[in-house]
Write a protein that binds this ligand. Structure first.
Ligand code: WQD
Length: 338
């Protein structure tokens, strides 16, 4: 299948580009390089032996997107393009609403014009809001977003639901990611955050190479066994394979299909630190600090639906993810070069 990946040079997009190529699909990438490096394209080629067609373009630019669709005629789209920093979204909400919504609307309109009726959307467990229980199931209601980034994910899920009601030919697969971590095992691709990392694994990796002094552990008085927050950390390679598995949904009934992509297992902050130390042999100094506003004590996925309907299940371990994240950090201490 010819698949257009918007934001296909980002952390999850690039890994998914590799997985789609390895599964025998043809990948076409559109990325405006806002939060990605052009050097990633060379690395995809190095790892797969295939250089995907690449367009440096903003998906919100309908004219340009139309030209790309006209030339490429993709059969399906995997839509990653969007801003994703929670804290920044609180400071710049309009920028987040404009970008994440405009890209999606422009994409859906263009898909309609070019007879493309299959979309996979990069959603997030954040759409469950502040969960009252774990594990979370796809049938659990969407909650109240705690930030504009999360609100855009909820809004886009709703837009896709409405669009599919109005267009019986449309199939929209909503993939709700839990906490993606790790990197490509080669060390060529991985998470390359700008500035000080907000997320736990990139922060730990930077402490490991001495770029940061110690880890701030946000909250040690949660009602969890060791008092620190519990999340469902999923290796990005597993996540990428989940996208490929989800393409199966296009051959079946039309409409909206929702899948959690997680491991189904919860890991605490201190467990992750210990796993990282064991996997890499590097000590991670940390300090226990106050809770971070907006964090929930515990959050992990019910993964039965993806297993049953897509035949997909996460196969890599937390130790694999720690080893791969560290390997990427060691090989790219200043991130991916252009
Ligand atoms: C995990 C745990 C922290 C950093 C966020 C977004 C979500 C998503 C993924 C984005 C928590 C603790 C963290 C640190 C710490 N999507 N922590 N010290 O908050 O579960 O999810 O990222 O694209 O929408 O909300 O992930 O990695 O930030 O935190 O102790 O320096 O680690 O308190 O318990 P989170 P995270």
């Amino acid at each position: 299948m010819k698949i257009l990946l918007t934001g296909g040079l980002g952390f999850i997009g690039s890994e998914t580009a590799i997985a789609t190529i390895e599964a025998g699909h043809q990948a076409v990438i559109v990325d405006n390089l806002y939060n990605a490096k052009i050097g990633v394209l060379d690395r995809i080629e190095k790892l797969t032996g295939v250089r995907p067609a690449f367009y440096e373009a903003d998906v919100a630019d309908k004219k340009k997107l139309g030209e790309i669709f006209d030339k490429e005629r993709p059969e399906a789209v995997i839509h990653f393009a969007g801003y994703k920093a929670v804290g920044e979204s609180v400071a710049k909400p309009l920028m987040y609403y404009r970008n994440n919504l405009m890209t999606t609307l422009s994409l859906l309109e263009t898909m309609g014009e070019y007879d493309c009726h299959n979309i996979v959307f990069s959603s997030s467990a954040t759409v469950y809001g502040t969960p009252t229980h774990a594990p979370l199931k796809e049938t659990d209601p969407r909650g109240e977003a705690t930030n504009p980034y999360g609100e855009t994910k909820i809004m886009i899920e709703r837009i896709l639901e409405d669009a599919s009601k109005a267009d019986p030919k449309l199939t929209a697969v909503l993939l709700r990611y839990f906490n993606p971590i790790g990197a490509h095992p080669s060390g060529l691709l991985g998470e390359d955050p700008r500035g000080i990392p907000n997320n736990l694994m990139p922060y730990i990796s930077q402490v490991a190479i001495g770029k940061r002094e110690y880890l701030h552990v946000y909250g040690s008085d949660y009602p969890t066994p060791d008092g620190t927050g519990i999340r469902d950390y999923i290796h990005v390679v597993d996540l990428a394979e989940g996208h490929v598995a989800s393409l199966k949904a296009f051959n079946e009934t039309k409409g909206v299909k929702i899948y959690n992509l997680g491991t189904g297992k919860g890991t605490s902050v201190l467990e992750l630190v210990k796993a990282f130390e064991e996997a890499t042999g590097v000590k991670i100094p940390y300090r226990l600090e106050d809770r971070r506003p907006g964090d929930v004590p515990e959050n992990y996925a019910d993964v039965e639906k993806a297993k049953k309907e897509l035949g997909w299940t996460a196969r890599l371990t937390i130790a694999d993810a720690c080893r791969d994240a560290y390997n990427f950090q060691v090989k790219n201490p200043e991130g991916i070069k252009d």
